[in-house]
Design a protein around this ligand. Structure first.
Ligand code: HEM
Length: 159
């Protein structure tokens, strides 16, 4: 693995960073720009329909990013020999952050699917209620955790 990392190290770090950019940057964009823009729509059917649609499209790019983040993280941990480093606890912290972020993402995914079912049945009130926690705490929590993971990545880079 160390030899593999010597040859493809730049590509692995690049894939790790671009995945973090897509996931964390994407969440910041949808929460702080798209979300407020959509709130301006008065007709509930269009408002909810567009929200469900952009979230579905966002998931299509986030799911590969989550997987690539983990695969490249494992490659870096082994390839950079982080086990022997005094900064190894940071690797564990990042693994824990990734795990919590992924669990929250799974909840977001399930809530959107639930909201879609209510929407398809014409129950817009329940669809809205299912989506509220996403904007209220789920996406903000994942943004905060993602930013911490980013900062810890910069710390590990010093190795
Ligand atoms: C799964 C656990 C993770 C591990 C073991 C891990 C490990 C690492 C390591 C070793 C580096 C340093 C690469 C280098 O030497 O250039 C790094 C950088 C980075 N990581 Fe992670 N990471 C993990 C999860 C995450 C997550 C969840 C995010 C954000 C969502 C993230 C974002 C970044 C970024 C942006 C950098 C680049 C920092 C820079 O270029 O200065 N990582 N990570």
């Amino acid at each position: 693995m160390s030899e593999f990392f010597t040859n493809y190290g730049s590509l692995i770090v690049f894939l790790h960073i671009i995945s973090a950019v897509v996931w964390v940057g994407g969440m910041i964009t949808i929460r702080f720009t798209v979300h407020y823009s959509i709130q301006e729509i008065e007709e509930p059917k269009i408002k909810l329909g567009r929200t469900l649609e952009f979230l579905r499209r966002f998931f299509n790019i986030v799911i590969p990013s989550i997987i690539i983040l983990l695969v490249t993280a494992v490659m870096m941990s082994i390839g950079l020999g982080l086990k022997e480093s005094p900064l190894y606890p940071i690797v564990h912290i990042k693994e824990a952050i990734w795990s919590v972020m992924t669990v929250i993402f799974a909840l977001i995914y399930l809530k959107r699917n639930k909201a879609q079912r209510f929407f398809n049945d014409g129950d817009f009130k329940s669809a809205k209620e299912a989506l509220v926690p996403l904007a209220l705490w789920m996406i903000p929590t994942n943004i905060a955790l993602g930013l911490i993971a980013l900062y810890l990545g910069v710390t590990l880079r010093g190795l």
